[in-house]
Design a protein around this ligand. Structure first.
Ligand SMILES: Cc1ncc(COP(=O)(O)O)c(C=O)c1O
Length: 437
């Protein structure tokens, strides 16, 4: 059997290139690494792709060796499995016929269509804010939103496990940035107290459901701090918009804290199966966002993508039972994994991580899972600390009971075979900051 994955030592060596400033040297190191992989007959992550698009059962194509394998997929973020929904596809095709393909320009030079305007109005109403601003991707929503909202004399307090797009949004801003311990409200309060007098405004940035750990944010406790401290709260709902709240309003709504959240952000690439992103807020703050370069100088979302978003919102509105069913499946799968004593950290959302604090064993487990037709992306450095690792299972509505049962059975068998330290009694708690901050 040819190893699908390169050794952890090579991964770590490869990742050191991020610290090399000379472009020629960096290019050479990456090229040498890719050549070495090719000569060993080992593919890298970018050489695996799908023959029939994202689905809970998909055909994965690998370049080294050249092969196609049907796998149960656990790395797709289409929580409600709407990317292959017939109504959604039909509406996207109709939109493409009517509006054409791209928009050709940015929103401020007339790139939007009536579909874009409808998304802005509908999303604002759904999440409970005055207005929403739509961006072409979730990543640039955070880049543009955070960097343009936060002023030079402001302070950013960001949860230590935040997504790369938020971190890079912070990096674009020259404001002071301080990370607080993941989901640690006491640490946030210490930092609000410590830095509060050193700046003009404070922006607290969190995710409602964290992408790497599946942890939910203690939003009630965080918003309660507003009684004692003055700050703006920015919540990224990428992994909750569309499937928390009875109509998919999101986790801020479900927790009853919408009023106290100043900016609700989400991507459209997950539950709504397209691309794009939005920030919903007060009318006056949306004006600031539209003035920013990511909005002003970036081409708009394509009309077919806009139609997909609206069609997905239609599906969620007309069939809210989908949301209940997804959460029931989440409880079912968690029940099976808990019964086998897998360490799932503090996760609760449909992102189910299995903690494997041995990167080398993790890669062997993931490799064997692939052989058995189960595809999951190993989460290693820089997504987590160098000595840590996770198997991340992202549950979608279309996952069947049989797929769940088989995956859990194989996980137990393969983890035991490799003596992977992923069971509760064997693992130490993971640290609570990611390394790439
Ligand atoms: C929490 C979070 N925010 C933002 C993004 C960026 O969204 P997109 O990939 O749709 O650009 C992601 C993507 O995975 C994410 O997980």
């Amino acid at each position: 059997m040819i190893d699908q994955f390169i050794s952890i030592a090579e991964v770590l060596g490869y990742l050191k290139v991020e610290n090399i400033s000379d472009i020629e040297e960096r290019a050479e190191i990456i090229q040498e690494f890719l050549n070495r992989q090719a000569s060993k007959g080992v593919g890298n992550a970018y050489e695996r792709y799908l023959e029939n698009g994202a689905s809970t059962a998909a055909n994965v194509i690998t370049t080294y060796p050249r092969a196609t394998k049907e796998c149960i997929m656990w790395c797709v973020n289409h929580y409600l499995s709407l990317n292959k929904n017939a109504n959604v596809i039909e509406k996207a095709c109709r939109a493409m016929k009517h509006y054409g393909t791209g928009c050709g320009t940015s929103a401020c030079s007339c790139g939007m269509t009536s579909l874009h305007k409808e998304i802005e109005a509908r999303v604002a109403k759904l999440v409970g804010k005055e207005e929403a601003v739509v961006f072409p991707t979730g990543f640039t929503t955070n880049l543009g939103g955070i960097s343009y909202l936060v002023g030079d004399r402001d302070l950013i307090l960001i949860d230590g496990e935040s997504h790369s797009s938020m971190i890079n949004g912070c990096k674009l801003s020259i404001a002071k940035k301080v990370a607080f311990k993941h989901n640690d409200v006491a640490d946030l309060e210490i930092k609000l107290k410590k830095y509060g007098n050193e700046c003009e405004n404070i922006f607290v940035l969190v995710e409602s459901a964290y992408s790497m750990s599946g942890d939910l944010s203690p939003l009630k406790e965080i918003t309660a701090l507003k009684k004692s401290y003055k700050f703006y709260l920015y919540v990224d709902e990428a992994h909750s918009f569309g499937f928390y709240g009875e109509k998919g309003q999101g986790y801020c709504y479900e927790q009853g804290v919408t009023e106290d959240v100043d900016f609700i952000m989400s991507t459209f690439s997950k539950a709504t199966a397209a691309v794009g992103g939005f920030i919903a807020s007060k009318h006056k703050y949306c004006g600031i966002l539209r003035w920013g370069p990511m909005y002003m100088f970036q081409a708009c979302l394509t009309p077919p993508d806009a139609a997909v978003i609206l069609a997905c919102l239609d599906e969620i509105e007309s069939n809210p039972a989908m949301i209940r069913e997804l959460h029931e499946k989440n409880q079912y799968m968690r029940g099976l994994l808990n019964a086998k004593k897998f360490n799932l950290g503090h996760s609760q959302s449909p992102i189910i991580p299995i903690m494997v604090p041995s990167p080398a064993k993790l890669l062997s487990v993931v490799d064997d899972l692939y052989e058995e037709g189960i595809y999951s992306t190993p989460i290693v450095y820089p997504a987590v600390q160098k000595h840590e690792g996770r198997i991340r299972l992202i549950l979608n509505l279309a996952h069947t009971k049989e797929q769940i049962d088989y995956t859990v059975e194989m996980l137990e068998k393969i983890c035991k075979k490799h003596d992977a330290p992923c069971f509760l009694s064997e693992t130490k708690p993971e640290s609570n900051t990611v390394s790439h901050w």
